[in-house]
Design a protein around this ligand. Structure first.
Ligand SMILES: Nc1nc2c(ncn2[C@@H]2O[C@H](COP(=O)(O)OP(=O)(O)O)[C@@H](O)[C@H]2O)c(=O)[nH]1
Ligand SMILES: [Mg+2]
Length: 305
């Protein structure tokens, strides 16, 4: 399947709901103030955020969209406005080979998709020819280490792991030394599910960062926050909480396939202005896409490429 059709399929729940609601608004109606007000309600309900929804409506008003506008013209206009919001935040993961190993931390609450995303990103980078090492620094649950070990085995990626309850920060330190020794280009560090209300676990994340900084103040090079799209607006609370303890360098949104709330990424981008690197649309290793504003906005409103 081509990349865009995979993305469209992954975003089907969101686009299905959105296009259905939009066509209900416009069917047998003039495009007037009342229609646009209904449209605005729908856009806000689909988690795009008030600001973005207002921008879309203003665009309709400004362009004096004609009564005869076809559904695809309407979709295109909405997609275009969403793309404008997202485009400045689209960012490609670039491995700086002058910084070796390039160190990334996956942070996020339990169940958001960190471990899976470590494996998916690792696999993509290996496909691009980089030498990758994974570090299983979620040492609080034996099952979490095992889960990453299974991925590492399957994808033939070297893995640093410790015994159950090993100090995550000292394991992060050791994994860096191992990566350095084997001349790895990239080190991807998985972390424990940190409920943002759990101060101890948040302190652990800070400690991992502190220990890495002792090796080199530039470390880590990336701290990705992994957010589960199915929790909708709650992603905002998580993002705010994590930003207080760690300088989040970018976002990865997972499980867009499992929700009709994919619009939440648009609202987040607009409010937090953080780079978006990847989106996840399934559990398989191929189901992580580099974030692309145009494809995402088109797929979100159910448009073709
Ligand atoms: N449908 C879907 N499931 C995902 C995605 N990413 C992760 N998962 C699943 O979500 C669950 C939790 O993921 P995991 O990586 O263990 O989360 P962690 O606790 O943050 O490490 C697992 O069953 C994953 O297979 C995604 O993009 N789509
Ligand atoms: Mg995990």
């Amino acid at each position: 399947m081509k990349w865009f059709s995979k993305l469209t399929k992954g975003l089907k729940k969101t686009s299905g709901k959105l296009t259905e609601s939009i066509s209900k608004v416009f069917t047998h109606r003039k495009i007037d103030a009342a229609t646009l007000e209904d449209l605005e309600d729908i856009l806000i309900q689909s988690d795009l955020g008030v600001n973005v929804s207002t921008k879309i409506i203003q665009r309709f008003e400004k362009e004096k969209v004609s009564k005869e506008a076809t559904p695809s013209e309407i979709q295109l206009l909405i997609a275009d406005e969403i793309e404008k919001v997202l485009h400045p935040h689209q960012k490609e993961l670039k491995i700086d080979t002058a910084k070796k190993p390039y160190v990334m931390i996956m942070a996020g609450v339990n169940g958001s998709g960190k471990t899976t995303t470590c494996a998916k990103v690792g696999w993509q980078l290996i496909e691009q020819g980089f030498r990758v090492r994974l570090a299983a620094c979620d040492t609080f649950r034996a099952a979490a280490v095992e889960q990453l070990a299974v991925w590492a085995d399957r994808l033939h990626i070297p893995l640093s792991k410790g015994a159950f309850n090993t100090d995550p920060a000292s394991l992060a330190f050791d994994s860096y030394k191992e990566a350095e020794k084997e001349n790895a280009d990239v080190l991807i560090i998985d972390t424990a599910g940190r409920l943002h209300t759990n101060q101890n676990l948040m302190a652990e994340l800070e400690k991992i960062i502190r220990v890495l900084k002792k090796i080199n103040p530039d470390l880590p090079h990336e701290i990705f926050l992994v957010l589960d799209a199915t929790i909708g607006q709650n992603t905002r609370v998580q993002l705010e909480a994590f930003q207080k303890v760690a300088p989040i360098s970018g976002l990865i949104m997972t499980k867009l396939d499992g929700t009709a709330r994919g619009g939440v990424l648009v609202g987040l981008a607009d409010s937090f202005k953080l780079p978006i690197y990847f989106i996840g649309t399934g559990e398989a290793k191929e189901e992580l896409h580099p974030f692309d504003a145009k494809s995402f906005s088109h797929a979100l409103v159910g448009l073709g490429e």
